[in-house]
Design a protein around this ligand. Sequence first.
Ligand code: GLP
Length: 240
Amino acid sequence: MEVVILPGSKQIGKLAADAIEALLQRKPHAVLGLATGSSPVPVYDELAARHGRGLDFGAAHAFALDEYVGLAPGHRESYREVIMREFAGRVNIRTENVHTPDGAAADIPAECQAYEDTMKAAGGVDLQILGVGTDGHIGFNEPGSSLASRTRIKTLIEQTRRDNARFFGSLADVPHHVLTQGLGTILEARHVVLVATGAQKSRAVRDFVEGAVSAICPASVLQFHPHATVLVDEAAASSL
Ligand code: GLP
């Protein structure tokens, strides 16, 4: 695991975008793994700016990590909408190449299997962007998630619902259930780039970078990954 400490989110966004730009130049039909939350926003801002200067996403594919269960289709905070608003709608990736799990599917296990199958058919994820929750979750793999888990339904813990309430206006509106790629799924990405900023992430960063590999800290599974890059600001690195 390579840990890079940078002055701020702008520099983090540029470094992550450098990796994505190099990938797209080498492989225009690359498969990107997308994360939501506030941490990757500077990466998407930088990619949108580079698209304005010619970076081409026309042959690329993208898969989101996760989705809420139970939101009305088109809900502003569904991760499909967030991904479209913050990334896909700002570059020239084709909408049909942007995949998100369907949190409204009638048959959830079948939807999760189909999502895995579609990722595999696209050739697997080349570069996965990740954030990390304050409890060490990646995607929506909460503490206690199997290190070998695949895409499935999960129940959010209260801390995560409270952390995400800022997007919904009230805690009561935050769904309890989600679909998420598993830790085993995420580990299959060829390169993972995790971004974390702010002092509220410092404990999670210390635990997954320096602590024991454990389901209690799901991001610690990245210690097994042969090509994991962790981009943090000084506040997020302050407990290392
Ligand atoms: C959500 C997402 C995660 C994300 C986490 C942290 O729970 N499912 O993918 O990493 O939030 O979000 P933020 O970057 O806003 O702190």
